[in-house]
Design a protein around this ligand. Structure first.
Ligand code: IFG
Length: 483
């Protein structure tokens, strides 16, 4: 029970071992399709160990079964769980389905990633008990699908991996200067024209609303909430190139395929701009069961400050009118914000303004969480404007010591963005994201007391085989003594 990532709240070893039986089943005491789905996912995940999908049954449990039960006290919260292993049973108890899901992710880590041999062999788990609850509610990863389009199947694999490490939000940066990646029926050229290329001028792509719904459902089945971002008023070249009437001079610029930022802006003075925003937000809200719509707001150097403030305040009203909470990069702190609005810290430019408004913060400090930063000078991908980010540095930071004036209760959680100016394949995404994202997942989930790089890197070393078994092209940094 010593190599789990994220580190559980309380682990107690006990004498003895649970040994699987030929008739070991997964017993689940609920007909809730979500809960049965969790049991089925566990059965699938254990095939490399059990050599067969364990049967899922509604019980009653007998000796040698794995049981999932929604019988824990509310004090474990919606994501906490209790996992006990004795020689006769494995029991995961939670108060809500997400807690059961996270208990099964931990159980997977109590078993080897696979057991060699094709025969249906036995497997065993050391006895003990785990009581686990997350520190922060928002534990996220972001994929920039705008600079380079990322296919739905690759997004789904990313979801599988981040969910295995208990991250629960995937922020999709759906639009930027170089690409608009989501079908909007009332403004169809956004995707068909605005999504037709990418950084470097290569092929583009976009998600139809059906494909996007499928992604949202897939994520939900792994207890990952999708946070869609429509970046505005800056980072909007793809929009302006799609509709002349949205441009101040009525002329649509050519599609942009470079990597500059801060030069484009919607026109805050035109009423059609707000009709556009209303239509887009309405269609995105209808595709978003989650509470947040991210409206970007970063690097709006081409928008005069008072235009920017007026724009952000008006867009906030549009988002709230769709019963969604607005999220935005910290520059939105210049505007008067609703208490439900969440600001995302990335470079510190406007954090003071955000703190003054006592908003909840998601922390994505570029120096510790931007996964497009090079590991070191030898990294052939990525950028280094926020400094190099090696595996240790991505782990060795503490959210409450990041910025003075920010305390535990101000922090909704953490998120690790991966910008794709220099990244265009799943292999490259995995190389930059893993293993650094595991350390950030631990910062989001685990208690900070006892945080220690030597102790963590020994646990991380044991995840090399696990990442390999998941087919993850991770960077085997020499800082870690990989197993
Ligand atoms: N900053 C920009 C991103 C991206 C990034 C690359 C934010 C909020 C630099 N904005 O980070 O669009 O270009 O590291």
């Amino acid at each position: 029970m010593q190599n789990i990532i994220p580190k559980p709240h309380t682990v107690m070893a006990a004498p003895g071992v649970f040994r699987s039986r030929p008739l070991t089943r997964i017993v689940v005491n609920s007909a809730d399709p979500f809960v049965v789905g969790i049991a089925r996912q566990l059965a699938d995940a254990l095939v490399p160990v059990a050599k067969q999908p364990l049967p899922v049954s509604d019980g009653p449990a007998r000796e040698g079964d794995i049981s999932l039960a929604l019988t824990a006290h509310a004090s474990v919260g919606s994501e906490g769980y209790l996992l006990t292993v004795t020689p006769t049973e494995i029991l995961i108890r939670a108060f809500a389905p997400a807690g059961l899901f996270y208990g099964t992710q931990t159980l997977r880590q109590l078993l080897p990633p696979s057991i060699p041999g094709a025969e249906k062999g036995g497997w065993e788990v050391a006895a003990g008990s785990i009581h686990d609850v997350p520190r922060f509610a928002y534990r996220g990863a972001m994929l920039d699908v705008a600079r380079h389009f990322i296919a739905p199947r690759d997004i789904k694999k990313y979801i599988d991996i981040i969910a295995a490490y208990k991250l629960n939000h995937l922020h999709l940066h759906l639009t930027d200067d170089q690409g608009w990646r989501i079908e909007i029926r009332s403004w169809d050229k956004l995707a068909t024209h605005g999504g037709s290329t990418s950084v470097g001028g290569g092929a583009g792509g976009y998600y139809t609303q059906a494909e996007y719904r499928d992604l949202v459902e897939y994520a939900a089945s792994r207890h990952v909430t999708i946070v869609p971002e429509i970046d505005m008023p800056g980072h909007t070249s793809a929009v302006l190139s799609s509709y002349p009437e949205l441009n101040r001079d009525g002329i649509a610029p050519a599609l942009y395929t470079g990597v500059q930022v801060g030069f484009s802006s919607l026109d805050a003075d035109k009423e059609i701009t707000y009709a556009f925003v209303e239509d887009v937000v309405r269609e995105i809200a209808a595709l978003t069961p989650g509470p947040y719509i991210h409206i970007g707001g970063d690097e709006a150097q081409a928008t005069p400050t008072d235009d920017y403030v007026r724009f952000i305040e008006r867009v906030q009203g549009i988002v709230n009118a769709c019963d969604k909470q607005m999220m935005g990069w910290e520059e939105i702190g210049q505007a008067r914000l609703d208490p439900s609005t969440v600001a995302q810290h990335w470079n510190g430019a406007q954090t003071r303004a955000v703190i003054k408004q006592a908003l909840k913060l998601v922390l994505s400090p570029a120096t510790f969480t931007y996964l497009d930063m090079k590991y070191d000078a030898a990294t052939h991908l990525g950028q280094d404007w926020a400094g190099e980010l090696d595996v240790k540095k991505a782990y060795d930071w503490e959210p409450t010591r990041l910025l003075d004036g920010i305390y535990e209760q101000d922090i909704l959680g953490v998120e690790a963005p991966l910008w794709t100016e220099t990244i265009s394949t799943l292999d490259e995404i995995e190389y930059m994201a893993f293993p650094r994202l595991l350390g950030i997942a631990e910062i989001g989930w685990s208690q900070p007391d006892g945080q220690n790089w030597e102790e963590y890197s020994a646990r991380l070393a044991a995840h090399g085989p696990r990442l390999r078994q998941m087919g993850v092209n991770f960077f085997a940094a020499s800082q870690v003594d990989w197993k």
